[in-house]
Design a protein around this ligand. Structure first.
Ligand SMILES: [Zn+2]
Ligand SMILES: [Zn+2]
Length: 422
């Protein structure tokens, strides 16, 4: 009997605590919206998030959180130690905007311009990373307030350059990992979210395993022999060889990989060859992208491309080389961790609002963290219910319904506590 009484008391205390937390999250919603509007109005490009980082650092310091600045150039890391020792969990928000001219009529619309690849461009939080910053700042405030109830340590990672560092620069999650952001104290698990302009406010979507694809770019160079266009027998035609290569690459997807396992994509996005109608050129260059959701399939595809490309060229008397970049890893939700966090998502959002989705062939650099430690990444609704025509991410009309952010604060807070305290 005593055992049950203790269990009951424990359950009651857990329930009251999560009710308290909910209240703390709700109390902070207004501030989160204000922060988001400020970031929205003052977006900064990848690796140039100077003012953004200052504001984040100021907030973390005001909460008494140990703060590191200039991590991976413009990143900010906060370390909050709970009152009892335990595991270490990291929470990540990406903080960069995009070279997009905002076309919304919001009172806090961005009119910021900046230099991008030598051009003057408009800057906009057109992917919703402004909401990610504000949500994580809110979570930091709630958790700092409840520090006495935390068993372990929380690392807040405000990551620059998710959209990709400017050419020739390092950046993003990869650089953060390289600089040791997951060490000292060593992170046991990491959580991240992305707001979605196409998903109803109040909902969460997730997938165990590969949720977003690994992305690798490739470059194929074909060398033939130039001739007059009227005398193809005098040539080795690199355009014809390129056509054979493109055709063959698609058979890797349609005839070699097991598509019942996961999807995979090879796209040739650009062919560059020739100057005019009556010249068969000497060479051709193709570039493209590979998307995979499984490392075994990625290796198979890479290996076969490397075998096929020179062999096909050779069979037509040409030469071809292929380079495949390392690219972004798979955004891979650890299976065990996903199982473990699902009840938390369902408790916070309501079971009916948490949906399993199919994989997305886009990529996300959160994957670099997940390559090092178990991680869980999910999507948060940011679309006004009933809006039939939401604008996609990275477009000038992109908009987020701010009422969706509260669920983000609640979910991240509860995920942290459930992970550390259980
Ligand atoms: Zn984006
Ligand atoms: Zn994004």
């Amino acid at each position: 009997m005593k055992k049950y009484t203790t269990l009951l008391l424990l359950l009651i205390s857990i329930t009251t605590f999560s009710q308290e937390l909910n209240k703390d999250c709700e109390a902070i919603e207004k501030k989160v919206i204000e922060w988001r509007r400020d970031f929205h109005q003052n977006p900064e490009l990848s690796n140039r998030e100077f003012k953004t980082a200052k504001k984040i650092a100021k907030h973390l310091k005001s909460l008494g959180i140990e703060t590191q600045e200039n991590v991976a150039k413009t990143g900010v890391v906060g370390i909050l130690k709970g009152n009892q020792p335990g595991k270490v969990v990291a929470l990540r928000a990406d903080i960069d905007g995009l070279p997009v001219v905002e076309r919304n009529n919001l009172p806090f619309k961005s009119t910021v311009t900046s230099n991008y690849l030598g051009k003057n461009v408009g800057v906009m939080h057109a992917c919703g990373h402004d909401t990610h910053i504000a949500i994580l700042m809110g979570v930091a405030e709630v958790l700092a307030k409840n520090k006495d109830k935390i068993k372990g340590t929380v690392k807040f990672i405000f990551q620059p350059a998710e959209e990709g560092a400017p050419e020739g620069e390092e950046g993003g999650a990869e650089l953060m990992v390289k600089e040791g952001v997951l060490k000292n104290p060593d992170v046991d698990a990491i959580f991240g979210l992305h707001i979605s302009s196409g998903q109803d406010v109040g909902t969460i979507t997730y997938k165990p395993g590969g949720i977003m694809a690994a992305s690798q770019s490739f470059k194929i160079k074909v060398k033939g022999k130039q001739s007059h266009g009227s005398r193809p027998w005098a040539s080795i035609d690199p355009i014809m060889v390129s056509a054979k290569i493109i055709d063959a690459l698609q058979t890797i997807i349609s005839r070699e990989v097991d598509l019942t396992n996961e999807g995979a994509v090879i796209t040739v996005g650009k062919i560059d060859a020739g100057v005019r109608s009556n010249i068969i050129p000497e060479s051709a260059v193709m570039i493209g992208t590979i998307r995979t959701l499984d490392y075994g399939m990625q290796k198979q595809i890479n290996d076969r491309m490397k075998e096929m490309v020179p062999a096909i060229a050779k069979s037509y008397r040409a030469e071809a080389t292929i380079e495949i970049a390392k690219g972004y890893p798979i955004t891979y939700n650890n299976i065990e961790l996903t199982k473990q966090v699902l009840p938390t998502l369902q408790n916070v959002a309501g079971k009916e609002n948490v949906t399993l989705i199919k994989a997305i062939t886009g990529a996300e650099d959160f994957s670099f963290f997940q390559k090092e430690v178990p991680g869980f990444y999910f999507f948060l609704g940011g679309k006004t219910i009933g809006n039939k025509n939401p604008y996609p991410h990275h477009t000038p009309d992109f908009q987020i319904d701010e009422s969706g952010m509260l669920l983000g604060v609640k979910t991240m807070t509860q995920l942290t506590l459930d992970y550390l305290n259980n």
